[in-house]
Ligand binder design. Structure first.
Ligand code: FES
Ligand SMILES: [Fe+2]
Length: 458
Protein backbone atom coordinates (compact mmCIF):
# COMPACT_ATOMS: atom_id res chain seq x y z
CA UNK A 1 0.00 0.00 0.00
CA UNK A 2 1.19 3.50 -0.83
CA UNK A 3 1.64 5.39 2.45
CA UNK A 4 0.27 8.54 0.86
CA UNK A 5 -3.10 7.01 0.12
CA UNK A 6 -3.54 5.45 3.54
CA UNK A 7 -5.03 8.74 4.68
CA UNK A 8 -7.82 8.64 2.13
CA UNK A 9 -11.26 8.50 3.69
CA UNK A 10 -12.49 4.95 3.20
CA UNK A 11 -16.08 4.74 2.16
CA UNK A 12 -18.74 2.13 1.72
CA UNK A 13 -19.81 3.22 -1.75
CA UNK A 14 -22.63 0.70 -1.92
CA UNK A 15 -24.70 2.89 0.39
CA UNK A 16 -24.97 5.53 -2.36
CA UNK A 17 -26.61 3.24 -4.91
CA UNK A 18 -29.95 1.76 -3.89
CA UNK A 19 -30.51 -0.62 -6.80
CA UNK A 20 -33.16 -3.19 -6.04
CA UNK A 21 -34.95 -3.65 -9.36
CA UNK A 22 -36.61 -6.82 -8.05
CA UNK A 23 -38.35 -4.62 -5.45
CA UNK A 24 -39.06 -1.91 -8.00
CA UNK A 25 -36.52 0.50 -6.51
CA UNK A 26 -33.68 2.48 -8.12
CA UNK A 27 -32.27 5.44 -6.20
CA UNK A 28 -29.00 7.31 -6.43
CA UNK A 29 -27.83 9.29 -3.44
CA UNK A 30 -27.62 13.05 -4.02
CA UNK A 31 -24.14 13.19 -2.52
CA UNK A 32 -22.93 11.84 -5.88
CA UNK A 33 -23.75 15.28 -7.24
CA UNK A 34 -22.79 17.55 -4.35
CA UNK A 35 -20.11 16.04 -2.11
CA UNK A 36 -16.67 17.50 -2.97
CA UNK A 37 -14.86 14.64 -1.25
CA UNK A 38 -16.75 12.09 -3.32
CA UNK A 39 -15.75 14.05 -6.42
CA UNK A 40 -12.12 13.78 -5.34
CA UNK A 41 -12.54 10.03 -4.96
CA UNK A 42 -14.18 9.78 -8.39
CA UNK A 43 -11.11 11.44 -9.88
CA UNK A 44 -8.80 8.95 -8.18
CA UNK A 45 -10.84 5.79 -8.59
CA UNK A 46 -12.58 6.32 -11.93
CA UNK A 47 -10.93 9.04 -14.02
CA UNK A 48 -7.38 8.20 -12.98
CA UNK A 49 -7.77 4.38 -12.91
CA UNK A 50 -9.97 3.58 -15.87
CA UNK A 51 -10.09 4.50 -19.54
CA UNK A 52 -10.88 8.12 -20.41
CA UNK A 53 -11.67 9.35 -23.92
CA UNK A 54 -9.08 11.92 -25.00
CA UNK A 55 -9.75 12.65 -28.65
CA UNK A 56 -10.51 11.47 -32.16
CA UNK A 57 -7.88 10.78 -34.79
CA UNK A 58 -9.63 13.22 -37.11
CA UNK A 59 -8.79 16.05 -34.70
CA UNK A 60 -5.09 15.46 -35.36
CA UNK A 61 -4.88 14.28 -38.98
CA UNK A 62 -1.47 15.75 -39.90
CA UNK A 63 2.02 15.00 -38.56
CA UNK A 64 2.72 17.20 -35.49
CA UNK A 65 -0.99 18.02 -34.94
CA UNK A 66 -1.89 18.03 -31.28
CA UNK A 67 -4.74 18.61 -28.88
CA UNK A 68 -4.54 19.15 -25.15
CA UNK A 69 -6.79 17.66 -22.52
CA UNK A 70 -6.85 15.99 -19.14
CA UNK A 71 -7.05 12.50 -17.74
CA UNK A 72 -8.65 13.09 -14.38
CA UNK A 73 -6.61 16.01 -13.13
CA UNK A 74 -3.52 15.26 -15.19
CA UNK A 75 -3.02 17.61 -18.14
CA UNK A 76 -2.01 15.77 -21.30
CA UNK A 77 -1.02 16.38 -24.89
CA UNK A 78 -2.33 13.99 -27.53
CA UNK A 79 -0.04 14.43 -30.50
CA UNK A 80 0.62 12.82 -33.83
CA UNK A 81 4.40 12.81 -34.02
CA UNK A 82 6.44 13.67 -37.08
CA UNK A 83 6.55 9.91 -37.63
CA UNK A 84 2.75 9.73 -37.87
CA UNK A 85 2.32 7.82 -34.59
CA UNK A 86 -0.12 9.17 -32.02
CA UNK A 87 1.19 9.46 -28.45
CA UNK A 88 -0.15 10.84 -25.20
CA UNK A 89 2.26 12.53 -22.84
CA UNK A 90 1.88 14.59 -19.73
CA UNK A 91 1.70 18.32 -20.29
CA UNK A 92 4.04 19.15 -17.44
CA UNK A 93 7.49 20.61 -17.99
CA UNK A 94 10.07 18.51 -16.19
CA UNK A 95 11.86 21.68 -15.08
CA UNK A 96 9.35 23.47 -12.88
CA UNK A 97 6.05 22.08 -14.05
CA UNK A 98 4.53 24.61 -16.45
CA UNK A 99 2.28 23.24 -19.17
CA UNK A 100 4.32 23.35 -22.37
CA UNK A 101 1.34 23.32 -24.76
CA UNK A 102 -1.08 26.05 -23.86
CA UNK A 103 -3.64 25.95 -26.67
CA UNK A 104 -6.56 23.58 -27.09
CA UNK A 105 -5.21 22.42 -30.46
CA UNK A 106 -2.39 23.20 -32.84
CA UNK A 107 0.45 21.93 -34.98
CA UNK A 108 3.95 22.05 -33.53
CA UNK A 109 7.19 20.24 -34.27
CA UNK A 110 8.40 21.53 -30.94
CA UNK A 111 6.91 22.74 -27.69
CA UNK A 112 8.90 25.48 -26.02
CA UNK A 113 8.11 25.89 -22.35
CA UNK A 114 6.98 29.48 -21.76
CA UNK A 115 8.73 29.72 -18.38
CA UNK A 116 12.47 29.06 -18.93
CA UNK A 117 12.50 27.81 -22.50
CA UNK A 118 13.16 24.09 -22.23
CA UNK A 119 12.24 22.51 -25.55
CA UNK A 120 10.45 19.24 -26.38
CA UNK A 121 9.78 17.58 -29.72
CA UNK A 122 6.46 16.18 -30.96
CA UNK A 123 7.17 12.82 -29.32
CA UNK A 124 7.75 14.42 -25.89
CA UNK A 125 11.53 14.11 -26.05
CA UNK A 126 13.47 16.94 -24.41
CA UNK A 127 15.64 18.65 -27.03
CA UNK A 128 17.07 21.41 -24.96
CA UNK A 129 17.70 22.47 -21.40
CA UNK A 130 18.12 26.19 -21.81
CA UNK A 131 21.78 27.26 -21.38
CA UNK A 132 22.65 23.85 -20.03
CA UNK A 133 26.38 24.22 -20.62
CA UNK A 134 26.57 27.29 -18.39
CA UNK A 135 24.36 25.89 -15.69
CA UNK A 136 26.71 24.15 -13.30
CA UNK A 137 24.55 21.03 -13.44
CA UNK A 138 25.50 17.88 -11.56
CA UNK A 139 25.98 14.43 -13.07
CA UNK A 140 22.93 13.29 -11.09
CA UNK A 141 20.85 15.88 -12.96
CA UNK A 142 22.31 14.84 -16.32
CA UNK A 143 21.33 11.24 -15.67
CA UNK A 144 17.65 12.21 -15.34
CA UNK A 145 15.32 11.91 -18.30
CA UNK A 146 13.97 15.40 -18.97
CA UNK A 147 11.39 14.08 -21.48
CA UNK A 148 7.67 14.61 -21.00
CA UNK A 149 6.42 11.35 -19.46
CA UNK A 150 4.18 9.19 -21.61
CA UNK A 151 0.70 8.51 -20.27
CA UNK A 152 0.72 4.90 -18.99
CA UNK A 153 -1.69 3.54 -21.61
CA UNK A 154 -3.08 4.84 -24.88
CA UNK A 155 -5.32 2.72 -27.07
CA UNK A 156 -7.46 3.44 -30.09
CA UNK A 157 -10.82 2.04 -31.07
CA UNK A 158 -11.30 2.84 -34.78
CA UNK A 159 -10.17 6.46 -34.49
CA UNK A 160 -11.35 7.06 -30.90
CA UNK A 161 -8.36 7.45 -28.56
CA UNK A 162 -8.64 6.54 -24.90
CA UNK A 163 -5.91 7.00 -22.30
CA UNK A 164 -5.36 5.62 -18.83
CA UNK A 165 -2.97 6.55 -16.05
CA UNK A 166 -3.23 2.97 -14.79
CA UNK A 167 -0.68 0.65 -16.45
CA UNK A 168 -2.75 -2.36 -15.38
CA UNK A 169 -6.05 -1.21 -16.85
CA UNK A 170 -7.91 -3.87 -18.87
CA UNK A 171 -7.62 -3.79 -22.68
CA UNK A 172 -9.77 -1.02 -24.18
CA UNK A 173 -11.72 -3.40 -26.42
CA UNK A 174 -12.75 -5.41 -23.37
CA UNK A 175 -13.72 -2.21 -21.55
CA UNK A 176 -15.97 -1.05 -24.39
CA UNK A 177 -17.68 -4.43 -24.86
CA UNK A 178 -20.76 -4.37 -27.08
CA UNK A 179 -21.14 -0.63 -26.63
CA UNK A 180 -18.57 -0.57 -29.44
CA UNK A 181 -21.27 -1.83 -31.81
CA UNK A 182 -23.10 1.46 -31.24
CA UNK A 183 -19.85 3.32 -32.02
CA UNK A 184 -19.57 1.24 -35.20
CA UNK A 185 -23.02 2.42 -36.27
CA UNK A 186 -21.53 5.86 -36.86
CA UNK A 187 -18.05 4.80 -37.92
CA UNK A 188 -19.37 2.38 -40.58
CA UNK A 189 -21.64 4.91 -42.24
CA UNK A 190 -18.76 5.49 -44.62
CA UNK A 191 -16.12 2.95 -45.66
CA UNK A 192 -13.63 5.72 -44.87
CA UNK A 193 -14.90 6.37 -41.32
CA UNK A 194 -15.61 9.69 -39.64
CA UNK A 195 -14.24 13.18 -39.91
CA UNK A 196 -14.63 16.22 -37.69
CA UNK A 197 -16.54 19.06 -39.30
CA UNK A 198 -14.57 22.26 -38.77
CA UNK A 199 -15.22 24.17 -35.60
CA UNK A 200 -16.21 23.12 -32.15
CA UNK A 201 -18.30 24.55 -29.36
CA UNK A 202 -17.21 24.20 -25.77
CA UNK A 203 -19.18 25.24 -22.76
CA UNK A 204 -18.99 25.14 -19.00
CA UNK A 205 -21.91 24.63 -16.67
CA UNK A 206 -22.24 24.95 -12.93
CA UNK A 207 -23.24 21.37 -12.24
CA UNK A 208 -21.90 17.88 -11.71
CA UNK A 209 -20.43 15.92 -14.65
CA UNK A 210 -22.95 13.10 -14.33
CA UNK A 211 -25.78 15.46 -15.24
CA UNK A 212 -24.77 15.66 -18.88
CA UNK A 213 -24.01 11.93 -18.90
CA UNK A 214 -27.54 11.23 -17.64
CA UNK A 215 -29.14 13.82 -19.88
CA UNK A 216 -27.94 12.28 -23.13
CA UNK A 217 -29.92 9.11 -22.38
CA UNK A 218 -32.97 11.08 -21.25
CA UNK A 219 -35.77 11.52 -23.79
CA UNK A 220 -38.27 12.28 -21.05
CA UNK A 221 -37.17 15.92 -20.93
CA UNK A 222 -37.49 16.63 -24.67
CA UNK A 223 -41.22 17.39 -24.66
CA UNK A 224 -40.93 19.88 -21.81
CA UNK A 225 -37.46 21.37 -21.87
CA UNK A 226 -37.13 21.50 -25.66
CA UNK A 227 -40.65 22.74 -26.33
CA UNK A 228 -39.10 25.82 -27.96
CA UNK A 229 -37.35 23.62 -30.51
CA UNK A 230 -40.57 21.73 -31.19
CA UNK A 231 -42.42 25.03 -31.72
CA UNK A 232 -39.70 26.31 -34.05
CA UNK A 233 -39.93 23.19 -36.22
CA UNK A 234 -43.73 23.33 -36.22
CA UNK A 235 -43.62 26.92 -37.43
CA UNK A 236 -41.24 25.95 -40.21
CA UNK A 237 -43.56 23.17 -41.29
CA UNK A 238 -46.41 25.68 -41.38
CA UNK A 239 -44.40 28.18 -43.41
CA UNK A 240 -42.55 25.83 -45.74
CA UNK A 241 -44.64 22.67 -45.77
CA UNK A 242 -43.64 19.32 -44.33
CA UNK A 243 -41.67 18.30 -47.44
CA UNK A 244 -39.46 21.35 -47.42
CA UNK A 245 -38.74 21.35 -43.72
CA UNK A 246 -35.77 19.10 -43.13
CA UNK A 247 -35.36 19.57 -39.39
CA UNK A 248 -35.68 16.39 -37.41
CA UNK A 249 -39.06 16.77 -35.78
CA UNK A 250 -38.76 16.13 -32.07
CA UNK A 251 -42.53 15.89 -31.85
CA UNK A 252 -42.13 12.69 -33.83
CA UNK A 253 -39.61 11.48 -31.32
CA UNK A 254 -42.34 11.24 -28.78
CA UNK A 255 -45.07 10.04 -31.13
CA UNK A 256 -47.02 6.91 -30.29
CA UNK A 257 -45.66 4.93 -33.26
CA UNK A 258 -42.05 5.12 -32.20
CA UNK A 259 -40.37 2.29 -30.37
CA UNK A 260 -37.34 2.53 -28.21
CA UNK A 261 -34.82 0.18 -26.70
CA UNK A 262 -32.44 1.00 -23.89
CA UNK A 263 -29.44 -1.22 -23.33
CA UNK A 264 -27.41 -1.63 -20.19
CA UNK A 265 -23.84 -2.68 -20.91
CA UNK A 266 -21.15 -3.63 -18.39
CA UNK A 267 -18.75 -0.97 -17.05
CA UNK A 268 -21.39 1.78 -16.90
CA UNK A 269 -22.06 2.17 -20.61
CA UNK A 270 -25.61 2.76 -21.82
CA UNK A 271 -27.26 2.75 -25.23
CA UNK A 272 -30.56 3.96 -26.63
CA UNK A 273 -32.05 3.16 -30.01
CA UNK A 274 -35.19 4.81 -31.37
CA UNK A 275 -37.05 3.07 -34.16
CA UNK A 276 -39.80 4.44 -36.37
CA UNK A 277 -39.34 7.95 -34.99
CA UNK A 278 -39.44 10.75 -37.51
CA UNK A 279 -38.72 10.54 -41.22
CA UNK A 280 -35.57 8.62 -42.08
CA UNK A 281 -35.12 10.87 -45.11
CA UNK A 282 -34.51 13.77 -42.75
CA UNK A 283 -31.31 12.13 -41.51
CA UNK A 284 -28.31 13.28 -43.59
CA UNK A 285 -26.98 9.71 -43.64
CA UNK A 286 -30.12 8.55 -45.43
CA UNK A 287 -28.51 9.84 -48.63
CA UNK A 288 -26.17 6.82 -48.34
CA UNK A 289 -28.74 4.29 -47.13
CA UNK A 290 -28.58 2.00 -50.16
CA UNK A 291 -24.82 1.86 -50.20
CA UNK A 292 -24.76 1.28 -46.43
CA UNK A 293 -27.41 -1.47 -46.61
CA UNK A 294 -25.44 -3.27 -49.34
CA UNK A 295 -22.28 -3.07 -47.25
CA UNK A 296 -23.48 -3.77 -43.69
CA UNK A 297 -26.98 -5.27 -44.13
CA UNK A 298 -30.40 -3.65 -43.72
CA UNK A 299 -30.69 -4.02 -39.93
CA UNK A 300 -27.47 -2.17 -39.26
CA UNK A 301 -28.19 0.36 -42.02
CA UNK A 302 -31.57 1.02 -40.37
CA UNK A 303 -29.76 1.69 -37.13
CA UNK A 304 -27.50 4.13 -38.94
CA UNK A 305 -30.48 6.33 -39.89
CA UNK A 306 -32.21 6.08 -36.50
CA UNK A 307 -32.06 8.28 -33.45
CA UNK A 308 -29.63 6.67 -31.03
CA UNK A 309 -27.20 7.39 -28.26
CA UNK A 310 -24.30 5.65 -26.67
CA UNK A 311 -22.79 6.89 -23.43
CA UNK A 312 -19.36 5.40 -22.82
CA UNK A 313 -18.60 5.72 -19.14
CA UNK A 314 -17.28 8.01 -17.87
CA UNK A 315 -16.74 10.76 -20.42
CA UNK A 316 -17.78 10.31 -24.03
CA UNK A 317 -21.27 10.68 -25.46
CA UNK A 318 -22.28 9.97 -29.03
CA UNK A 319 -25.71 11.47 -29.46
CA UNK A 320 -27.90 11.39 -32.56
CA UNK A 321 -31.11 13.16 -31.61
CA UNK A 322 -31.90 16.09 -33.89
CA UNK A 323 -28.49 15.42 -35.46
CA UNK A 324 -25.20 13.80 -34.49
CA UNK A 325 -22.83 15.18 -31.90
CA UNK A 326 -19.83 13.84 -30.01
CA UNK A 327 -19.27 15.23 -26.53
CA UNK A 328 -16.27 14.89 -24.32
CA UNK A 329 -16.98 15.53 -20.64
CA UNK A 330 -14.31 17.13 -18.49
CA UNK A 331 -15.18 17.32 -14.79
CA UNK A 332 -13.59 20.34 -13.12
CA UNK A 333 -15.18 20.33 -9.66
CA UNK A 334 -18.13 18.69 -8.01
CA UNK A 335 -20.29 21.52 -9.33
CA UNK A 336 -18.42 22.54 -12.46
CA UNK A 337 -18.09 20.70 -15.77
CA UNK A 338 -16.69 21.50 -19.18
CA UNK A 339 -18.17 19.94 -22.30
CA UNK A 340 -16.28 19.81 -25.59
CA UNK A 341 -18.71 19.23 -28.43
CA UNK A 342 -17.97 18.22 -32.02
CA UNK A 343 -19.94 17.72 -35.20
CA UNK A 344 -18.70 14.44 -36.67
CA UNK A 345 -19.71 13.28 -40.12
CA UNK A 346 -19.10 10.30 -42.40
CA UNK A 347 -16.25 10.99 -44.77
CA UNK A 348 -17.35 11.46 -48.36
CA UNK A 349 -21.05 12.07 -47.70
CA UNK A 350 -22.80 13.97 -50.54
CA UNK A 351 -22.50 17.76 -50.34
CA UNK A 352 -26.26 18.26 -49.90
CA UNK A 353 -26.28 15.80 -46.99
CA UNK A 354 -23.33 17.58 -45.40
CA UNK A 355 -25.08 20.95 -45.74
CA UNK A 356 -28.23 19.48 -44.15
CA UNK A 357 -26.13 18.03 -41.33
CA UNK A 358 -24.57 21.37 -40.54
CA UNK A 359 -27.92 23.22 -40.64
CA UNK A 360 -29.47 20.63 -38.30
CA UNK A 361 -26.48 20.85 -36.01
CA UNK A 362 -26.77 24.63 -35.81
CA UNK A 363 -30.47 24.29 -35.06
CA UNK A 364 -30.17 22.10 -32.04
CA UNK A 365 -26.69 21.79 -30.62
CA UNK A 366 -24.28 24.50 -31.46
CA UNK A 367 -23.77 27.95 -29.98
CA UNK A 368 -26.69 29.01 -32.18
CA UNK A 369 -28.77 26.00 -31.19
CA UNK A 370 -32.06 26.08 -29.39
CA UNK A 371 -31.49 22.99 -27.22
CA UNK A 372 -28.03 23.09 -25.65
CA UNK A 373 -28.65 26.28 -23.64
CA UNK A 374 -31.86 24.79 -22.24
CA UNK A 375 -30.07 21.63 -21.13
CA UNK A 376 -27.15 23.55 -19.66
CA UNK A 377 -29.42 25.88 -17.70
CA UNK A 378 -31.40 23.03 -16.28
CA UNK A 379 -28.26 21.24 -15.01
CA UNK A 380 -27.56 24.34 -12.94
CA UNK A 381 -31.10 24.30 -11.58
CA UNK A 382 -30.68 20.67 -10.60
CA UNK A 383 -27.39 21.48 -8.92
CA UNK A 384 -29.15 24.22 -6.96
CA UNK A 385 -32.09 22.02 -6.05
CA UNK A 386 -29.87 19.16 -4.96
CA UNK A 387 -28.28 21.40 -2.32
CA UNK A 388 -31.27 20.61 -0.11
CA UNK A 389 -29.32 18.53 2.40
CA UNK A 390 -32.41 17.23 4.13
CA UNK A 391 -33.20 15.38 0.90
CA UNK A 392 -31.05 12.36 0.13
CA UNK A 393 -32.68 10.77 -2.90
CA UNK A 394 -34.46 11.85 -6.09
CA UNK A 395 -37.25 9.75 -7.59
CA UNK A 396 -36.15 10.12 -11.17
CA UNK A 397 -34.76 6.72 -12.05
CA UNK A 398 -37.92 4.64 -11.99
CA UNK A 399 -39.39 5.16 -15.44
CA UNK A 400 -39.29 1.89 -17.36
CA UNK A 401 -37.99 -0.11 -14.40
CA UNK A 402 -40.98 -2.46 -14.55
CA UNK A 403 -39.95 -3.35 -18.13
CA UNK A 404 -36.35 -4.19 -17.30
CA UNK A 405 -35.38 -7.63 -18.55
CA UNK A 406 -32.16 -9.59 -18.61
CA UNK A 407 -30.19 -9.92 -21.81
CA UNK A 408 -30.92 -8.67 -25.33
CA UNK A 409 -34.33 -7.77 -26.74
CA UNK A 410 -35.36 -8.59 -30.29
CA UNK A 411 -33.80 -5.44 -31.77
CA UNK A 412 -30.49 -6.17 -30.00
CA UNK A 413 -30.43 -9.69 -31.43
CA UNK A 414 -30.87 -8.29 -34.93
CA UNK A 415 -27.66 -6.29 -34.64
CA UNK A 416 -25.81 -8.95 -32.67
CA UNK A 417 -25.32 -7.28 -29.29
CA UNK A 418 -25.65 -8.85 -25.86
CA UNK A 419 -26.40 -6.19 -23.27
CA UNK A 420 -26.74 -7.15 -19.61
CA UNK A 421 -30.28 -5.82 -19.62
CA UNK A 422 -32.76 -4.31 -22.08
CA UNK A 423 -35.73 -2.06 -21.59
CA UNK A 424 -37.93 -1.71 -24.63
CA UNK A 425 -41.36 -0.77 -25.78
CA UNK A 426 -43.34 2.21 -26.91
CA UNK A 427 -41.50 5.50 -26.84
CA UNK A 428 -43.63 6.60 -23.88
CA UNK A 429 -41.54 4.54 -21.47
CA UNK A 430 -38.62 6.94 -21.93
CA UNK A 431 -36.67 4.49 -19.85
CA UNK A 432 -34.78 6.11 -17.03
CA UNK A 433 -34.00 2.69 -15.62
CA UNK A 434 -31.05 2.53 -18.05
CA UNK A 435 -29.19 4.47 -15.33
CA UNK A 436 -29.11 1.25 -13.34
CA UNK A 437 -26.14 0.19 -15.46
CA UNK A 438 -24.48 3.60 -15.33
CA UNK A 439 -24.46 3.61 -11.54
CA UNK A 440 -23.56 -0.06 -11.23
CA UNK A 441 -20.54 0.81 -13.38
CA UNK A 442 -19.82 3.77 -11.10
CA UNK A 443 -20.07 1.57 -8.03
CA UNK A 444 -17.83 -1.18 -9.41
CA UNK A 445 -15.13 1.26 -10.44
CA UNK A 446 -15.23 3.14 -7.14
CA UNK A 447 -15.01 -0.09 -5.18
CA UNK A 448 -12.23 -1.51 -7.35
CA UNK A 449 -10.26 1.74 -7.24
CA UNK A 450 -10.49 1.92 -3.48
CA UNK A 451 -9.56 -1.75 -3.15
CA UNK A 452 -6.52 -1.36 -5.37
CA UNK A 453 -5.26 1.98 -4.10
CA UNK A 454 -6.06 1.73 -0.43
CA UNK A 455 -5.71 -2.03 -0.04
CA UNK A 456 -9.30 -2.45 1.09
CA UNK A 457 -11.47 -5.33 0.04
CA UNK A 458 -14.43 -4.20 -2.06
S1 FES B 1 9.12 25.38 -16.05
FE1 FES B 1 9.52 24.80 -18.06
S2 FES B 1 11.45 25.60 -18.51
FE2 FES B 1 11.12 26.13 -16.45
FE1 LIG C 1 -31.76 18.01 -24.11
Amino acid sequence: MDARVRELPLRDFSRYIDARPQDGVLRIHLDLFRDPELFELEMRYIYERSWVFVGHAAQIPQPNDFITGVVGRTPIILQRGGDGQVRAFINHCSHRGATVATTQAGNARRHKCPYHGWMFDSTGKCLQVTDEALGGYTDAFRRLSHDLPQVARLEEYRGFFFASLNPDVMPLREYLGDAAVFMDSWIDQSPDGLEVVRGDANFTYGGNWKMVFENCLDIYHAKTLHASFGTMVMNRVKRQGADENRSVDLNNFISAEAEVSYYIFPKGHGGMWLRGAGKREDRPSYAMWQEMAARVGEDKADMMVSGRVVAIFPNILLVESATFQMRLIRPVAVDKTEVYAFCLAPKGEPAAARALRIRQYEDFFSATGVATPDDTTVYERVQQGDQARSIEWNQGYHRGLALLRDGPDEAARRIGIEPLHSISGNIGIQGEAVYLGVYQGWLEQMQRGQAQLAGVQA
